[in-house]
Ligand binder design. Structure first.
Ligand SMILES: C[S@@+](CC[C@H](N)C(=O)[O-])C[C@H]1O[C@@H](n2cnc3c(N)ncnc32)[C@H](O)[C@@H]1O
Length: 475
C-alpha cells in the first residue's frame, strides 16, 4: 500500500532512522554508488517506499534547499551537522509536515526554523511566486526537451557539413565554432546562435527550444534532429564502409541512418524491429535521409538464426533494445521509480540480457554496442555484467570515449569502460552505452576492424582524422 503523501510530498516522515537513511541515500547518489532505487532498497530501512518518497522530494527541492541552507547560515552555525542530513531535515521542516523526530538534531533545527522560514519567504518574494511548488524549476521536456539544447546531426549522405553550416548562417544563425569539451556556456545558449559539438563531430548545438521541424534542410533529410546521447551508439560502433552491420532493434531508425552515414551508405545494414508501425515510419525516414544500404525486416531479433549464411559477414551489431526510458527528459526521476515497479524492471532486464546474449552468438561479430535510454543500473551495468559472465571468454568491454566523464556505475570492476549521459552532466537525455569487442580481435589480423572513433573523426568542422590502426584500450 502507498504511504500517504504530505502537502508537498512525504506524509509520515518520522524518526531519526528515516532521516539518517535518507541522508545516506543522498550521499550514495552523489558518489554514484547506485541508482536511487537500488540505494533505497539496499539501505535496509524498514519502510523503503517512505524513504524513496522522502529522498525524491528532497531531491526535487534540492536547489531550493541548498539556497536556503546557504542563506540561513545553518551549516556554518552547526558545523557538525552533515549537509545531506541538513537537507533532509530542512525539507521536512519547511515543505513536509514538520519535524517529528530528528534525534539530536531536532533542537538545533528548531532553533534555526524562524531564520529558514524567513529566507524561504524572501526567496519567494525575489522570484515573485507565492507557492512553494512555484520555486521548483519547470518540468523539462513537454514533448520538446525544453531545457536541453537542440542537437542537429548533419546527414552526410545528403549534404556536406560545411554546406549545412553555411545554410544556417544564411538563415541568420551566428556560428560560434566548437564548444569547449566541458560544454561551457552551452546550457545558457540563446538567440540565433549555434555551435559545433566538441565530442561528436557533425553534430550542431542550437539553443533549447529551437524549432527546426519546418526547416527546409530538415524536411529534405539533410539534417536529423537527434539528441546527442542518441548519436553515441553509431559513432562508437564506427562500422567501416562496405561492412555488414546488424541493427537489432532499429525503429524508428535514427541510429540506422547514422550508421549508414558513417558507412558512406556502402555495405549492408540488416535492420529488425517487432513493431510494424514504427517500421513504416522508419522506412519513410530512411528514404528521406537517402539511406539505401539497408534491409528492413519486421522480425523478432531473438528469432533470427545467427548461423544463417546471410549473416555470416556481420561484424558489427547495434543493440538498442526496449527499456524503461527513464533517462528521457520530461519524467521526474521519482515518478519513474513509482511507475517502474521492481517486477517490470526485472522483466525488462531479463529481455535485455537475452537480446545481448543472442547478439553475441553471431559468428563473425567483432564489435557490438549495447545502449539504453535508461538510468537504471539493472538495465545497464548489471545486464552487461551478467552477459559478460557468460560470454567473457570471447568478448570484453572496450573503454568507450575515454574523455567522456560520466562513466558506468561501479557495479563491477570494468563498468567504468561504459559511459553514461545525463541532463545535468552532459546536457543530454539520460543514456547508457557499452562497447564490446571479440577478444581474438586483439591478436588476429585487425584489417577489417578499425579503432573506436575519437573526437574529430567522422567529419565535422575539422578535417576528419585518418583511421589509425592502433590497439584499442580493452577493459
Ligand atoms: C529503443 S527502441 C529503438 C530505437 C532505435 N534504435 C532508434 O534509434 O531509432 C527499441 C525498439 O525495439 C523494438 N523491439 C522490441 N523487442 C524486439 C525484438 N525482440 N526484436 C526486434 N525489435 C524489438 C521495439 O519495437 C522498439 O522499436
Amino acid at each position: 500500500m502507498r504511504e500517504k503523501r504530505g502537502r508537498a510530498g512525504v506524509g509520515k516522515a518520522s524518526g531519526p532512522g528515516l532521516y539518517a537513511a535518507a541522508a545516506s541515500v543522498l550521499s550514495g547518489l552523489e558518489q554514484r554508488s547506485g541508482s536511487l532505487k537500488a540505494l533505497v532498497y539496499g539501505s535496509r530501512f524498514p519502510g523503503p517506499r517512505l524513504l524513496l518518497a522522502l529522498v525524491s522530494e528532497t531531491l526535487r527541492f534540492g536547489p531550493v534547499l541548498e539556497a536556503l541552507l546557504e542563506a540561513s547560515g545553518l551549516l556554518r552555525a552547526e558545523k557538525k551537522l552533515p549537509p545531506h542530513l541538513a537537507k533532509v531535515l530542512a525539507y521536512d521542516l519547511l515543505f513536509g509536515k514538520g519535524l517529528r523526530g530528528g534525534g539530536p538534531w531536532k533542537a538545533p533545527l528548531l532553533k534555526h526554523r524562524a531564520r529558514l522560514q524567513a529566507e524561504l519567504a524572501r526567496l519567494k518574494v525575489r522570484r515573485g511566486v507565492s507557492r512553494d511548488e512555484d520555486l521548483l524549476p519547470p518540468p523539462a521536456g513537454g514533448g520538446g526537451n525544453g531545457t536541453l539544447p537542440r542537437y542537429v546531426r548533419v546527414n552526410t549522405i545528403k549534404t556536406r557539413f560545411d554546406d549545412a553550416v553555411d545554410y544556417f548562417k544564411r538563415q541568420g544563425f551566428v556560428y560560434q565554432g566548437r564548444a569547449s569539451p566541458e560544454m561551457k556556456g552551452v546550457a545558457s545558449l540563446s538567440g540565433k546562435t549555434f555551435l559545433l559539438d566538441p565530442h561528436l563531430p557533425g553534430v550542431l548545438i542550437f539553443p533549447p527550444g529551437t524549432d527546426l521541424h519546418e526547416d527546409q534542410l530538415y524536411k529534405a533529410g539533410h539534417v536529423i534532429l537527434q539528441d546527442k546521447a542518441s548519436c553515441l551508439p553509431a559513432f562508437l560502433l564506427n562500422p567501416t564502409p562496405g561492412s555488414h552491420v546488424l541493427d537489432a532493434c532499429a525503429a524508428p531508425g535514427n541510429k540506422t541512418s547514422h550508421l549508414a552515414a558513417i558507412m558512406g551508405n556502402k555495405g549492408r545494414i540488416f535492420a529488425f524491429d517487432l513493431d510494424a508501425k514504427r517500421l513504416a515510419t522508419m522506412s519513410t525516414m530512411l528514404a528521406r535521409a537517402g539511406v539505401t544500404c539497408h534491409n528492413l525486416a519486421h522480425q523478432d531479433f531473438l528469432a533470427t538464426d545467427p548461423g544463417d549464411p546471410k549473416y555470416s559477414h556481420v561484424e558489427y551489431i547495434l543493440l538498442d533494445p526496449s527499456c524503461s526510458g527513464s533517462g528521457i527528459v520530461g519524467r521526474l526521476p521519482y515518478e519513474e521509480e513509482e511507475r517502474m515497479d521492481a517486477q517490470r524492471l526485472q522483466a525488462l532486464a531479463g529481455f535485455q540480457r537475452r537480446m545481448l546474449g543472442h547478439a553475441l552468438k553471431f559468428p563473425a561479430l567483432r564489435r557490438l554496442v549495447y545502449s539504453t535510454c535508461s538510468l537504471h543500473q539493472e538495465e545497464n551495468e548489471e545486464v552487461v555484467r551478467d552477459v559478460l559472465e557468460q560470454h567473457g571468454r570471447d568478448f570484453r568491454l572496450v573503454e568507450a570515449l575515454p574523455s567522456w566523464t560520466p562513466r558506468g556505475l561501479g557495479v563491477f570492476a570494468e563498468a567504468k569502460c561504459c559511459l553514461r549521459a545525463s541532463p545535468k552532466e552532459t546536457l543530454t537525455n539520460g543514456f547508457f552505452v557499452a562497447v564490446m569487442e571479440r577478444r581474438q580481435a586483439e591478436t588476429e589480423d585487425q584489417s577489417s576492424l578499425t579503432v573506436l572513433p575519437e573526437t574529430g573523426s567522422q567529419g565535422g568542422a575539422d578535417k576528419p582524422s585518418k583511421k589509425k590502426k592502433k590497439k584499442q584500450k580493452l577493459c
